[in-house]
Design a protein around this ligand. Structure first.
Ligand SMILES: Cc1ncc(C[n+]2csc(CCOP(=O)(O)OP(=O)(O)O)c2C)c(N)n1
Ligand code: SF4
Ligand SMILES: [Mg+2]
Length: 244
Protein backbone atom coordinates (compact mmCIF):
# COMPACT_ATOMS: atom_id res chain seq x y z
CA UNK A 1 0.00 0.00 0.00
CA UNK A 2 1.25 3.51 -0.83
CA UNK A 3 1.42 6.04 2.02
CA UNK A 4 -0.12 9.32 0.85
CA UNK A 5 -0.26 11.15 4.18
CA UNK A 6 1.64 10.88 7.43
CA UNK A 7 2.30 12.89 10.56
CA UNK A 8 5.32 15.11 10.09
CA UNK A 9 8.09 14.54 12.65
CA UNK A 10 7.96 18.00 14.24
CA UNK A 11 4.20 17.72 14.91
CA UNK A 12 3.79 15.86 18.20
CA UNK A 13 1.33 12.98 18.41
CA UNK A 14 -0.83 14.40 21.22
CA UNK A 15 -4.57 15.18 21.58
CA UNK A 16 -5.47 18.75 20.62
CA UNK A 17 -6.94 21.29 23.05
CA UNK A 18 -8.32 23.43 20.21
CA UNK A 19 -12.07 23.63 19.55
CA UNK A 20 -13.46 21.77 16.50
CA UNK A 21 -12.89 23.87 13.37
CA UNK A 22 -10.25 26.13 14.94
CA UNK A 23 -7.59 27.39 12.53
CA UNK A 24 -4.69 27.25 15.01
CA UNK A 25 -4.16 23.51 14.55
CA UNK A 26 -3.95 23.87 10.77
CA UNK A 27 -1.29 26.56 11.02
CA UNK A 28 0.68 24.57 13.60
CA UNK A 29 0.79 21.66 11.22
CA UNK A 30 1.98 23.85 8.35
CA UNK A 31 4.79 25.24 10.49
CA UNK A 32 5.82 21.71 11.53
CA UNK A 33 5.87 20.52 7.91
CA UNK A 34 7.92 23.53 6.82
CA UNK A 35 10.47 23.05 9.60
CA UNK A 36 10.88 19.41 8.54
CA UNK A 37 11.08 20.23 4.82
CA UNK A 38 13.72 22.89 5.47
CA UNK A 39 15.65 20.60 7.84
CA UNK A 40 15.91 23.26 10.56
CA UNK A 41 14.38 21.43 13.51
CA UNK A 42 17.61 21.46 15.52
CA UNK A 43 18.14 25.21 15.15
CA UNK A 44 14.64 26.66 15.27
CA UNK A 45 13.28 28.45 18.33
CA UNK A 46 9.59 29.35 18.45
CA UNK A 47 7.87 31.88 20.66
CA UNK A 48 4.43 30.89 21.90
CA UNK A 49 1.88 33.65 22.46
CA UNK A 50 -0.51 34.37 25.26
CA UNK A 51 -3.83 33.38 23.71
CA UNK A 52 -5.45 30.10 22.71
CA UNK A 53 -2.10 29.07 21.17
CA UNK A 54 -0.37 29.44 24.53
CA UNK A 55 0.19 25.69 24.39
CA UNK A 56 1.85 25.73 20.94
CA UNK A 57 4.91 24.15 22.58
CA UNK A 58 2.82 21.05 23.33
CA UNK A 59 2.46 20.45 19.58
CA UNK A 60 5.66 21.69 17.95
CA UNK A 61 8.70 19.56 18.71
CA UNK A 62 11.27 22.37 18.60
CA UNK A 63 12.72 24.59 21.31
CA UNK A 64 9.97 26.98 22.36
CA UNK A 65 9.77 29.82 24.83
CA UNK A 66 6.67 31.39 26.37
CA UNK A 67 6.67 35.15 26.79
CA UNK A 68 4.38 37.82 28.21
CA UNK A 69 1.37 38.87 26.14
CA UNK A 70 2.46 40.88 23.08
CA UNK A 71 6.16 40.88 23.89
CA UNK A 72 7.25 38.19 21.43
CA UNK A 73 8.97 40.56 18.95
CA UNK A 74 11.05 42.08 21.76
CA UNK A 75 12.13 38.67 23.08
CA UNK A 76 12.71 37.42 19.53
CA UNK A 77 14.98 40.40 18.90
CA UNK A 78 17.21 39.50 21.82
CA UNK A 79 17.24 35.83 20.86
CA UNK A 80 18.19 36.48 17.24
CA UNK A 81 20.82 39.07 18.02
CA UNK A 82 22.54 36.77 20.50
CA UNK A 83 22.02 33.60 18.42
CA UNK A 84 22.29 34.71 14.79
CA UNK A 85 22.55 31.10 13.57
CA UNK A 86 19.18 30.14 15.02
CA UNK A 87 15.92 30.51 13.13
CA UNK A 88 13.55 32.46 15.34
CA UNK A 89 9.83 32.67 14.76
CA UNK A 90 7.02 34.17 16.80
CA UNK A 91 3.44 32.93 16.65
CA UNK A 92 1.01 35.63 17.73
CA UNK A 93 -2.75 36.18 17.78
CA UNK A 94 -4.47 39.46 16.93
CA UNK A 95 -4.93 40.34 20.60
CA UNK A 96 -1.26 39.60 21.15
CA UNK A 97 0.19 41.32 18.07
CA UNK A 98 -2.39 43.96 17.15
CA UNK A 99 -3.56 45.09 20.61
CA UNK A 100 -1.21 44.78 23.58
CA UNK A 101 1.85 44.13 21.39
CA UNK A 102 1.36 46.84 18.76
CA UNK A 103 4.45 48.78 19.83
CA UNK A 104 6.67 45.69 19.86
CA UNK A 105 5.80 44.55 16.34
CA UNK A 106 6.02 48.04 14.83
CA UNK A 107 9.42 48.69 16.37
CA UNK A 108 10.78 45.24 15.50
CA UNK A 109 9.82 45.87 11.87
CA UNK A 110 11.11 49.43 12.07
CA UNK A 111 14.49 48.13 13.32
CA UNK A 112 14.56 45.60 10.45
CA UNK A 113 14.98 42.69 12.85
CA UNK A 114 15.71 39.43 11.07
CA UNK A 115 12.65 37.54 12.26
CA UNK A 116 9.75 35.44 11.00
CA UNK A 117 6.36 36.34 12.43
CA UNK A 118 3.21 34.25 12.05
CA UNK A 119 0.22 36.44 12.84
CA UNK A 120 -3.06 34.62 13.45
CA UNK A 121 -6.00 36.94 12.82
CA UNK A 122 -9.23 35.39 14.08
CA UNK A 123 -10.94 38.73 14.72
CA UNK A 124 -11.47 38.09 18.46
CA UNK A 125 -9.69 37.55 21.75
CA UNK A 126 -10.35 33.80 21.75
CA UNK A 127 -8.69 32.67 24.95
CA UNK A 128 -10.38 35.17 27.25
CA UNK A 129 -13.94 34.63 26.02
CA UNK A 130 -14.40 36.21 22.60
CA UNK A 131 -14.03 39.92 23.32
CA UNK A 132 -13.57 42.45 20.50
CA UNK A 133 -10.05 42.61 19.06
CA UNK A 134 -8.64 45.49 16.98
CA UNK A 135 -9.25 43.22 13.96
CA UNK A 136 -12.94 42.58 14.73
CA UNK A 137 -14.90 43.57 11.62
CA UNK A 138 -17.68 46.16 11.57
CA UNK A 139 -21.01 44.71 12.68
CA UNK A 140 -19.37 41.65 14.23
CA UNK A 141 -21.01 40.55 17.47
CA UNK A 142 -18.52 39.75 20.23
CA UNK A 143 -18.71 39.48 24.01
CA UNK A 144 -17.95 43.21 24.26
CA UNK A 145 -19.83 44.38 21.15
CA UNK A 146 -23.24 42.84 21.73
CA UNK A 147 -24.85 44.97 19.02
CA UNK A 148 -21.99 44.45 16.59
CA UNK A 149 -18.86 46.57 16.27
CA UNK A 150 -19.69 50.20 15.43
CA UNK A 151 -17.24 52.85 14.22
CA UNK A 152 -18.72 55.42 16.61
CA UNK A 153 -17.67 53.59 19.75
CA UNK A 154 -15.12 51.05 18.66
CA UNK A 155 -13.43 52.51 15.59
CA UNK A 156 -12.36 50.64 12.48
CA UNK A 157 -10.76 47.20 12.08
CA UNK A 158 -6.99 47.56 12.22
CA UNK A 159 -5.17 46.34 9.12
CA UNK A 160 -1.83 45.69 10.74
CA UNK A 161 -0.21 44.12 7.70
CA UNK A 162 -0.92 47.22 5.62
CA UNK A 163 0.52 49.40 8.39
CA UNK A 164 3.68 47.30 8.65
CA UNK A 165 4.14 47.10 4.89
CA UNK A 166 5.03 50.81 4.67
CA UNK A 167 8.03 50.36 6.99
CA UNK A 168 11.33 49.91 5.15
CA UNK A 169 12.47 47.34 7.74
CA UNK A 170 9.64 44.97 6.79
CA UNK A 171 10.89 42.97 3.82
CA UNK A 172 8.03 40.54 3.28
CA UNK A 173 4.37 40.82 4.28
CA UNK A 174 1.66 38.50 2.97
CA UNK A 175 -1.92 37.83 4.07
CA UNK A 176 -3.22 34.29 3.69
CA UNK A 177 -6.07 32.19 5.00
CA UNK A 178 -6.70 28.59 6.02
CA UNK A 179 -10.41 28.35 5.17
CA UNK A 180 -10.06 25.83 2.34
CA UNK A 181 -7.41 23.45 0.96
CA UNK A 182 -6.29 25.80 -1.85
CA UNK A 183 -5.75 28.64 0.63
CA UNK A 184 -3.98 26.30 3.05
CA UNK A 185 -1.50 25.40 0.31
CA UNK A 186 -0.91 29.11 -0.40
CA UNK A 187 -0.44 29.81 3.30
CA UNK A 188 2.16 27.07 3.48
CA UNK A 189 4.11 28.60 0.59
CA UNK A 190 4.02 32.02 2.22
CA UNK A 191 5.14 30.78 5.64
CA UNK A 192 7.90 28.75 4.03
CA UNK A 193 9.11 31.82 2.16
CA UNK A 194 9.19 33.80 5.41
CA UNK A 195 11.42 31.13 6.97
CA UNK A 196 13.63 30.95 3.88
CA UNK A 197 14.28 34.69 3.94
CA UNK A 198 15.62 34.39 7.47
CA UNK A 199 17.66 31.30 6.56
CA UNK A 200 19.18 33.20 3.64
CA UNK A 201 20.27 35.97 6.00
CA UNK A 202 18.12 38.68 4.43
CA UNK A 203 17.98 41.70 6.73
CA UNK A 204 14.48 42.64 7.85
CA UNK A 205 11.26 41.31 9.24
CA UNK A 206 8.95 38.86 7.46
CA UNK A 207 5.35 38.50 8.54
CA UNK A 208 2.60 36.23 7.31
CA UNK A 209 -0.91 37.09 8.49
CA UNK A 210 -3.27 34.13 8.46
CA UNK A 211 -7.05 34.58 8.58
CA UNK A 212 -8.10 31.83 10.95
CA UNK A 213 -11.45 30.53 12.17
CA UNK A 214 -12.78 30.77 15.73
CA UNK A 215 -16.17 28.98 15.41
CA UNK A 216 -16.66 29.05 19.18
CA UNK A 217 -16.66 32.82 19.61
CA UNK A 218 -18.02 33.61 16.18
CA UNK A 219 -20.95 31.46 17.36
CA UNK A 220 -20.96 29.47 14.13
CA UNK A 221 -20.50 25.91 13.00
CA UNK A 222 -17.00 25.17 11.66
CA UNK A 223 -18.41 25.04 8.10
CA UNK A 224 -20.11 28.45 8.47
CA UNK A 225 -16.94 29.87 9.97
CA UNK A 226 -14.98 28.90 6.85
CA UNK A 227 -17.65 30.59 4.69
CA UNK A 228 -17.54 33.68 6.89
CA UNK A 229 -13.81 34.07 6.35
CA UNK A 230 -14.31 33.91 2.58
CA UNK A 231 -17.39 36.17 2.45
CA UNK A 232 -16.77 38.72 5.22
CA UNK A 233 -13.23 38.69 6.53
CA UNK A 234 -11.48 38.85 3.17
CA UNK A 235 -13.46 42.02 2.31
CA UNK A 236 -11.73 43.82 5.16
CA UNK A 237 -8.49 41.83 5.02
CA UNK A 238 -7.82 41.12 1.33
CA UNK A 239 -5.59 38.13 0.66
CA UNK A 240 -2.30 38.50 -1.15
CA UNK A 241 1.24 39.76 -0.95
CA UNK A 242 1.55 43.27 0.39
CA UNK A 243 5.31 43.52 0.21
CA UNK A 244 8.36 41.59 -0.94
C1 LIG B 1 -0.45 41.43 30.20
C2 LIG B 1 -1.70 40.64 29.93
N1 LIG B 1 -2.84 41.30 29.64
C3 LIG B 1 -3.97 40.62 29.37
C4 LIG B 1 -3.97 39.26 29.42
C5 LIG B 1 -5.25 38.51 29.16
N2 LIG B 1 -5.26 37.85 27.88
C6 LIG B 1 -4.90 36.58 27.73
S1 LIG B 1 -5.08 36.01 26.17
C7 LIG B 1 -5.71 37.51 25.66
C8 LIG B 1 -6.17 37.74 24.25
C9 LIG B 1 -5.88 36.63 23.33
O1 LIG B 1 -6.35 36.94 22.06
P1 LIG B 1 -5.48 36.65 20.77
O2 LIG B 1 -4.10 37.14 20.95
O3 LIG B 1 -6.23 37.19 19.61
O4 LIG B 1 -5.38 35.06 20.72
P2 LIG B 1 -6.52 33.99 20.38
O5 LIG B 1 -6.87 33.38 21.70
O6 LIG B 1 -7.66 34.68 19.72
O7 LIG B 1 -5.84 33.03 19.47
C10 LIG B 1 -5.75 38.41 26.71
C11 LIG B 1 -6.26 39.79 26.61
C12 LIG B 1 -2.75 38.59 29.74
N3 LIG B 1 -2.66 37.27 29.79
N4 LIG B 1 -1.64 39.32 30.00
S1 SF4 C 1 -11.80 29.71 21.33
FE1 SF4 C 1 -11.55 30.08 19.12
S2 SF4 C 1 -9.34 30.43 18.79
FE2 SF4 C 1 -9.61 29.47 20.81
S3 SF4 C 1 -9.37 27.26 20.46
FE3 SF4 C 1 -11.55 27.71 20.34
S4 SF4 C 1 -11.97 28.11 18.16
FE4 SF4 C 1 -9.74 28.25 18.47
MG1 LIG D 1 -7.45 36.26 18.28
Amino acid sequence: MKTVFRRTATYKDVPTHYCPGCGHGIVHRLIAEIIDELGIRDRTIGIAPVGCAVLAYNYLDVDMIEVAHGRAPAVATGMKRTNPDKIIFSYQGDGDLAAIGTAEIIHAAHRAEQLTVIFINNAVFGMTGGQMAPTTVLGQVTATTQKGRQTTNEGYPLQVSEVLAVLPGAIYIERCSVHNPAQIRKAKKAIKHAFELQMGGTEGLSLVEVLSSCPTYWRMTPAKAMEWIEKEMTKVFPLGRLKG
